[in-house]
Structures are given as structure tokens and as C-alpha cells.
Design a protein around this ligand. Structure first.
Ligand code: SF4
Length: 687
């Protein structure tokens, strides 16, 4: 560390990577961040940080390749522009497109890395400024299945219980499609500590993950078979009389329809579908049902499927059948991905809902927002981001797009499809920190600011409100993102100006019942608040559905197993599974600029089983080509036993071998979430 303790100012804020929301101090010397220190006693991280938070979360702020002034593309090249020129152009082009093609010919992708306040301002720009509900955020491609699934069955599309529940007091943890030691490392540490102290862990995952070591049971299910697995668990529970009849009777509806379907999923049949031992399934069902406290924790291994929403609902069926909801140490707990992906959804960066999941089609709700914002609003549901891209790729309906802090060219499935969609647009504006692959395709690029240069809040995976505080001001013409949106909105004919992030948060509270009691002042006074927090004297709600579900009665959704959209065949004989790794975060916009992290790992790889590698003549470390019906890439083989035979695994972190060149953009038909987790590929040795 190149500083002495008394030389630095400490600014308490929130890690910008994953949705655990670790609290730490940015250490600032002479307007430069020189390090971070974990906040002692923080309820989210208890003084811990992972390698990404400690060594890869601030260097990008001062990176020399930050965008520092607006850019306009002319004759295929960017030139520097003034703010007035760039903002006028954005407003006039978007308006012109709407005049030519109609109000809903434009859309916006908001940013799940940005604050609640920025997300609120962005969706307001789309709705009040442009008059469309075509606004979405990248939850669409990670946890939209959780938002839709849990809202449908329980009434609230969010994690039901706090992370602090995960102690040795929990008897069993059912971990499904989640690799927390890599993707949510501080949560992974909590689980590991509980297991060391006696909690039994059931891992349901196609790969051997770190937590498989020391677990009570690993069900290495075939990717894409979660619904069959959950129905199989229920089959055992019901046939052995392990269900909670009182809970089912008093707190739920739809049980009989589910019972009929579940009867089809005998352990033997599920064993065949999921490629697991039927006795392993029986053991897992008995262990989970008999436990006094047993949370289900899940992640993208459940959601990112063409049956993702049904996978989520099948897990909530399971928890309801044994009465493990509405109390400490239980629940259905999606680990949200990005730092503020929960908040981006909460703030209404969604095509069907205003802030707080209030429906855009509800006349009373719409009237409230029309009154507050002072103009009529669209009564129609908007389009999801995956729908907007699919339409634009076909040259239909969507002609203008405003992308805030997202890089779909790297993060979305089937890169060729995304390129086609973005290149087909008449006008693309991107608000970014860096010249990303998506920004390179834009007509106008606007420089925003990072988490270390702004005030605001993130909502972590537990619905907890976390303060984000400004630590540095950088040289350049960058602007607060909410100011950018207000300026565009004003130029579109709807005057808008925000005094501060705190004032925006107050506006959110005034329009959003579940945020009604929240304010920066309460958070700054040290209050620890998770929504719903409807009143100024309300203590927040760490556990949802206590005594009553948010929708009244919990609903058993009758889900049947359906295979993934694209399965291996003679041409593409291996099943590709995608995921994350410990050292890097998503598109690497942040961790890719941390030298120490890049020294550890900075290139792509493919995991392949020893048997498959031998059959292909591939050795550990060989360069290989990976191809699918959509594209191909080159990468390096890691041969071992982490993946099962017939399956391979890659991440999308690295530009040299981004797995999204081969993934499938097919989506589930409820939440429109893409099937990142299963596609068919061929692997061949290079050279
Ligand atoms: Fe940041 Fe997540 Fe690591 Fe915590 S666990 S330090 S929030 S990346």
C-alpha cells in the first residue's frame, strides 16, 4: 500500500460487483482511490471481502481509458462533441424515429450496476420522456425467471430470507444451480462455515463445485432438468407422507393439481431424466423434508433455461409443500447477480411494472404516476430486452435504443444475433464508462460516472438498502447519469431536474408503497432496512411471507418437465454449460482493469471430462475450436472431472473466447430469459 493510514480519507460504500453487497471503505489519498478496507461488523459481510472486492473493484475508476467527453459518430468514426450537441442529437433522433415509426419504436436498457436513483431516472425518461414502456434491464437475462416465478407463486419476486440466516442453526441447505464460492464468494464463505459446524449441504449441480467437497450429497443432474428434479423431490415427499399438511391447508392453493402431476415423477423416472441415482433423490427429499430449518438457495443454474420460470416455481412448490417459508432459516432464496440487479427491477426498469412492481396496466396505479409526473402515460405493457433485440435483428418495430451501462455484445447470448440487432437500428445511444464493444456500435456515446463518483443506494440480494457514497471527482466532462437522463427528458419536452440522489430517493418513496418509509437520512443514521418498508417508523422486512404470503395464499404452480430447446446430436455432440469464475466479474469492464487480478487469470478456457477429451485426442492445455450452429471460438482445454461426460463448461468473461459466440438466444416463454445454460456444441483440437 503506497500510503500511510493518516494520509487517507475513508469513504464507506458498497462493493460494485455481486449482489451480496459487501460494505467497505474506499481509501482515498489526494482524490485517488488507493485501496479498500472491509467494514467491520457489517451485517452483509461481517468484515470479509472476496478477491474481486478487495483487489478488483476500484482500479477501473481511474483507468486511462475512461470516457471523458461525449462522442458523436460521423462517417464511421467518433468525434468529440459538446454535451448540448450530443443531448440535442439524442432527443431529436429519438423523437424523429417515434414520429416516423410510432411511439413504441424506441426502447431502453437500464443498468443493474447503477444506483436505484439512476435506474428510477432512466425508466422515468423512457416512460415520461419517450412515452413507452419498452424499458428493461439485464435481470431479463439472469433472474427475470425469479422475478416472474416468485411473484406468481408467492406474491413477491425476491429472496425471502436474509443471508444472516445461514448459520449452523440451519439443519440442511438445498443449493441448486448455484456456485457461491465463485459467484457470491462471501455468501459461499457463510455456507462453508455453516457446513463446517454441522449443517448438511445438498448440492444439486451438473458440475463439481468447490462446495461439493464436504457436502452431504451431490446430485450431479443433467443440465436443464431442474423441474423434473423438484417434482421428483415432491413425489418422494408426498408418497412418504413428509409434507406439512397444515401449511398446505391453511396457507396455499392449487395443491391437488400439483399432486396429480407430481405423481408422474417417480424417483426411477426422474433418475433417468436427470441422470442421477433414484436413491440419491430419495435421500435428498427425506433430508430436506425432515429438517427443522432448511433454506433453498439457487442461482442461474435454475433460471437461465427455456423452462427457467417453471424451474423457479417448482422450487417454491417444494418449499411450500414442507412449510419452509415465512420463518427464519428457510425460504426460497435466489442469489441475485449484479450489485443492483434487484434494485433495477425494484425501480421499474421493467416493461410491465413501475417502481415497486406496480403494474403499468393498472389504471389506478397509472393515474398515480401520471399525476406525479404531470402527463399521460402508455397503458400498454412494453417489450423485454430480449424481445427488442429479436425484433431489431429481424428489422422489425424497434428502430432506436438507449443503452445505459450494459454491454450486450459481450453479455447476451448469440453474439452474431446481438450484432445484427444493434446494427439494424437507425439510432443507438450508449451511456458508459468505457468504449465497450456495444458502445463501438453507437451513434452517440455519453460519459457517465462510476459508483465511486456518485451518491445513491444499491439494493442487495436480500432487498437490503445499501448506501453508495461519492469518494472522488475525476477530471473530464463526465456527468451524473441521472442528470443525463433529466437533460434528455427535458429536451423531449418534459422538463425534469433532480436536486440530488437523496431527492430522487424521496420521490421513489412517495410513489412506491414498499419503499415508502425509506430515506437516505435513515440509512445514514445507521438503520439497516430491507424492503418492504412502508412507513417512516417501519423497521423493514428481513423475512417475507411471515403468517401470510404477499399474494395472500401461496400458489402451487403445476409445472411439467420439458427438455432444453437444443440438445446434443450427431453434428454437435456435447452439451455446453456456462457460468462464472471467482476472479472476474461478468464482462470484465472492472476486473479486467485490475492488474493483479489479470496476472492470476486473463484468458478463456473450456472444461471437458477426461473421457471426452481422450475421445477427441485433446490433452490438458491444448488449443481447441468450439463451434455451434451460431458461431465458433478458440480456447484452451482444461481436462478433468469437474464436468460430467458429454458436457463442457465455459465462462463469458474473456474476449479471446467469449462463450456467447456459441450460446443460444432462445428464451423461456414466461419471463423471456435466454437459455444460456444449455446448447449443443462440437469441440475439435486445433493445429
Ligand atoms: Fe464484492 Fe460480492 Fe466479493 Fe462481496 S462477495 S466483495 S460484494 S464481489
Amino acid at each position: 500500500k503506497k500510503f500511510r493510514p493518516w494520509e487517507v480519507k475513508r469513504v464507506r460504500t458498497t462493493c460494485p460487483h455481486c449482489a451480496v453487497g459487501c460494505q467497505y471503505d474506499l481509501l482515498v489519498k489526494e482524490n485517488r482511490i488507493v485501496g479498500v478496507d472491509a467494514a467491520p461488523g457489517s451485517p452483509t459481510n461481517e468484515g470479509l471481502l472476496c478477491v474481486k472486492g478487495r483487489f478488483g473493484s476500484y482500479q477501473f475508476v481511474h483507468s486511462g481509458d475512461r470516457l471523458r467527453h461525449p462522442l458523436i459518430k460521423e462517417n464511421g468514426a467518433f468525434r468529440r462533441a459538446s454535451w448540448d450537441e450530443a443531448l440535442d442529437l439524442v432527443a431529436s433522433r429519438m423523437k424523429g424515429i417515434q414520429e416516423q415509426y410510432g411511439r413504441d419504436s424506441v426502447g431502453g436498457f437500464s443498468c443493474s450496476r447503477a444506483t436505484n436513483e439512476d435506474n428510477y431516472a432512466f425508466q422515468k425518461l423512457m416512460r415520461a420522456g419517450l412515452g413507452t414502456n419498452n424499458v428493461d434491464n439485464c435481470a431479463r437475462v439472469c433472474h427475470s425467471a425469479s422475478v416472474h416465478g416468485l411473484a406468481t407463486t408467492l406474491g413477491s419476486g425476491a429472496m425471502t430470507n436474509p443471508m444472516a440466516d445461514i448459520t449452523e442453526d440451519v439443519d440442511v441447505i438445498l443449493l441448486v444451480g448455484s456456485n457461491p464460492t465463485e459467484a457470491h464468494p462471501v455468501m459461499g464463505a457463510r455456507i462453508r462455515r455453516a457446513v463446517r459446524r454441522g449443517t448438511k449441504l445438498i448440492v444439486v449441480d451438473p458440475r463439481k463445485i468447490d462446495l461439493t467437497e464436504g457436502c452431504a450429497l451431490h446430485l450431479q443432474i443433467k443440465p436443464g432438468t431442474n423441474v423434473a428434479f423438484a417434482n421428483g423431490m415432491l413425489n418422494v415427499i408426498l408418497s412418504e407422507g413428509l409434507e406439512d399438511r397444515d401449511f398446505i391447508q391453511n396457507r396455499t392453493e392449487g395443491f391437488e393439481a400439483l399432486r396429480e402431476i407430481v405423481a408422474e415423477y417417480t424417483p426411477e423416472r426422474v433418475g433417468e431424466i436427470c441422470h442421477i441415482d433414484p436413491d440419491g433423490l430419495r435421500a435428498a427429499a427425506r433430508m430436506y423434508a425432515a429438517a427443522r430449518k432448511a433454506p433453498i438457495i439457487y442461482c442461474l443454474g435454475v433460471t437461465e433455461h427455456s423452462t427457467g420460470t417453471e424451474g423457479v416455481m417448482a422450487l417454491s412448490n417444494l418449499a411450500m409443500a414442507v412449510g419452509k417459508l415465512g420463518r427464519s432459516g428457510c425460504g426460497v432464496n435466489p442469489l441475485r447477480g449484479q450489485n443492483n440487479v434487484q434494485g433495477a427491477c425494484d425501480m421499474g426498469a421493467l416493461p410491465y411494472q413501475y417502481p415497486g412492481y406496480q403494474k403499468v396496466t393498472d389504471p389506478a396505479v397509472r393515474e398515480k404516476f401520471e399525476k406525479a409526473w404531470g402527463l399521460p402515460l402508455s397503458p400498454n405493457d412494453g417489450l423485454t430486452s430480449t424481445e427488442m433485440l429479436a425484433l431489431s435483428a429481424r428489422g422489425e418495430r424497434i428502430h432506436g435504443l438507449f443503452i445505459f451501462g450494459e454491454d450486450p455484445m459481450v453479455s447476451d447470448p448469440d453474439t452474431a444475433h446481438v450484432r445484427r440487432a444493434l446494427e439494424n437500428l437507425d439510432f443507438l445511444v450508449v451511456d458508459e464508462l468505457f468504449m465497450t464493444e456495444t458502445a463501438q456500435l453507437a451513434d452517440v456515446v455519453l460519459p457517465g460516472v462510476s459508483y465511486a463518483e456518485k451518491e445513491g443506494t444499491f439494493t442487495n440480494t436480500e432487498r437490503r438498502q445499501m448506501r453508495v457514497r461519492k469518494a472522488v471527482s475525476l477530471e473530464g466532462e463526465m456527468r451524473q447519469d441521472y442528470d443525463i437522463f433529466a437533460e434528455v427528458e427535458t429536451r423531449l419536452g418534459h422538463p425534469c431536474r433532480y436536486e440530488s440522489a437523496a431527492a430522487i430517493y424521496d420521490e421513489i418513496a412517495s410513489l412506491t408503497p414498499s419503499f415508502g418509509g425509506l430515506s437516505h437520512a435513515r440509512l445514514d443514521a445507521g438503520e439497516d432496512l430491507a424492503w418492504p418498508c412502508p412507513a417512516k417508523d417501519h423497521p423493514g422486512t428481513p423475512i417475507l411471507h411471515v403468517g401470510k404470503f404477499a399474494r395472500g395464499l401461496g400458489w402451487f404452480y403445476p409445472a411439467r418437465y420439458r427438455p432444453s430447446a437444443e440438445l446434443p446430436d450427431g453434428d454437435y455432440p456435447l452439451m455446453m454449460v456456462t457460468g462464472r469464475m471467482l476472479y472476474h466479474y461478468n464482462t470484465r469492464a472492472m476486473t479486467g482493469r485490475a492488474e493483479g487480478i489479470c496476472q492470476v487469470v486473463n484468458e478463456s478456457y473450456i472444461e471437458i471430462s477426461s473421457r471426452d477429451a481422450a475421445a477427441l485426442g485433446v490433452a490438458h492445455g491444448d488449443r481447441v475450436k468450439v463451434s455451434s450452429r451460431r458461431g465458433e471460438l478458440e480456447t484452451t482445454a482444461r481436462v478433468g472431472d469437474k464436468v460430467g461426460d458429454g458436457e463442457v463448461f465455459m465462462t463469458f468473461h474473456f474476449p479471446d473466447g467469449n462463450v456467447n459466440k456459441v450460446t443460444n438466444a432462445v428464451t423461456d416463454d414466461i419471463a423471456h430469459i435466454p437459455e444460456y445454460k444449455v446448447c449443443a456444441v462440437r469441440v475439435s483440437k486445433l493445429g
